[in-house]
Ligand binder design. Structure first.
Ligand SMILES: Nc1ncnc2c1ncn2[C@@H]1O[C@H](COP(=O)(O)OP(=O)(O)OP(=O)(O)O)[C@@H](O)[C@H]1O
Length: 359
């Protein structure tokens, strides 16, 4: 799939810009703080309904503005063109597709954007939440039952947590329906996550063999969020006193995690910062390749600040791989990365929130 145009209003320093986009590689070059990452953020928003940068969603809204919006024309591999829109007015987010109001998940299901950026090493070195988000985005795009089970799980979790925090004693009977719901939906979520990781595995192995051959074979581990040999429903009942003391549910799908280890770097601490970044990049590329295999088209791939994140041979190898796969790729940098100068690319100059194409 590819974006044919992107219109961004009220997002950080981008007051109102229109970016006409071509297939293949587009480079956004400009000084620090010019607004390059914000362009990738806009594309990513259409596919995740959140930014890849940490911090409150409020920071996305241009200072002094009361609304932000991102519109795009998205062309699928089969020629179908969709008009996508995501806007925020006050605290309310609204998604549109071909002029009709749609749910955020419908919008996100239509458009796939993956991003490798300076914060991506958190996928390897950071907390479990980042890895769950990565996993769930992938599962959501290939397994249609996932979203329903995930929503039901989140609702039950919220209800159980509010009972756990109630100031007066709550009768056991009030816990039971939510615990039963958590048990049922966690089984679906766990099954789909494990299945997804198993399908992802060959793509991860292939990506890591290309990016980090010196680290040897890859091992992936998945923890579902409660003991392997236990029944979640029973655990929730037996551990209720502990959860009451802590004020939240301490086991379940919301505590799942997964990890990558290498033959020659069995622990995360054995990886250099650069190797962490390459591992994260491998995960992003593997997820994109699996998406392409399952959905018949590549997601849009954003590579933020490429030249400062990777050495030159890795920059060239990654862009060449994506180019030959036919993916649309957005790259940012203070200059056009040297590794990209050999092949065709559309180049934009970004300056204080304005974007102009360079010939
Ligand atoms: N909510 C906001 N309202 C207005 N301006 C903002 C807001 N949030 C960030 N900015 C500014 O918008 C610009 C956007 O920066 P962005 O991260 O997109 O730049 P960049 O070109 O990627 O920079 P760098 O090369 O330093 O990473 C910065 O100058 C920042 O100070």
């Amino acid at each position: 799939m590819r974006l044919e145009s992107l219109r961004i209003r009220g997002l950080r320093c981008l007051e109102d810009v229109v970016v006409p986009l071509q297939p293949g590689v587009s480079v956004f070059a400009g000084a620090n703080g010019a607004g390059k990452t914000s362009i990738l953020e806009a594309a990513f928003l259409l596919s995740h309904a959140r930014s890849f940068r940490s911090g409150a969603k409020d920071a996305l809204l241009q200072r002094g503005a009361d609304a932000l919006s991102v519109f795009a024309e998205l062309r699928h591999e089969d020629g179908q063109v969709r008009r996508l829109g995501l806007g925020r007015q006050g605290a309310r987010w609204e998604a549109r597709m071909d002029g009709e109001s749609v749910s955020l998940s419908e919008l996100v299901g239509e458009c796939a954007v993956v991003c490798f950026e300076p914060g991506s090493h958190a996928l390897i070195a950071g907390g479990a939440e980042e890895r769950r988000r990565y996993l769930d985005w992938g599962v959501f795009h290939v397994e249609h039952e996932f979203i329903g089970a995930w929503r039901r799980y989140q609702r039950a979790l919220k209800q159980r947590n509010s009972l756990l925090r109630a100031t007066s004693t709550v009768p056991e009977a009030l816990f039971l329906p939510w615990e039963a719901e958590l048990d049922t939906t966690a089984a679906v979520i766990d099954h789909l996550r494990a299945l997804y990781l198993a399908t992802l595995r060959p793509h991860i192995e292939q990506a890591m063999a290309g990016l980090l051959p010196e680290l040897g074979a890859v091992e992936m581990k998945y923890r579902r969020g409660w003991a392997d040999d236990a029944d979640l429903g029973e655990l929730l009942a037996s551990q209720r006193p502990r959860d009451l003391a802590r004020g939240h549910t301490t086991m379940g799908s919301h505590r799942a995690d997964w990890q990558i280890a290498f033959e020659h770097a069995p622990q995360r601490e054995h990886l250099s910062r650069g190797q962490e970044k390459l591992t994260a990049l491998g995960c992003v590329l593997a997820q994109a390749a699996l998406y392409a295999e399952r959905r018949g088209e590549w997601p849009i791939v954003c590579l933020d600040d490429l030249a400062s994140e990777l050495d030159r041979p890795h920059q060239a190898a990654v862009v060449e791989q994506l180019r030959s796969a036919g993916a649309q790729v957005f790259v940012t940098g203070t200059e056009v990365p040297e590794a990209l100068q050999a092949g065709p690319a559309q180049v934009f100059h970004v300056e204080q929130g304005s974007i102009s194409p360079l010939l």
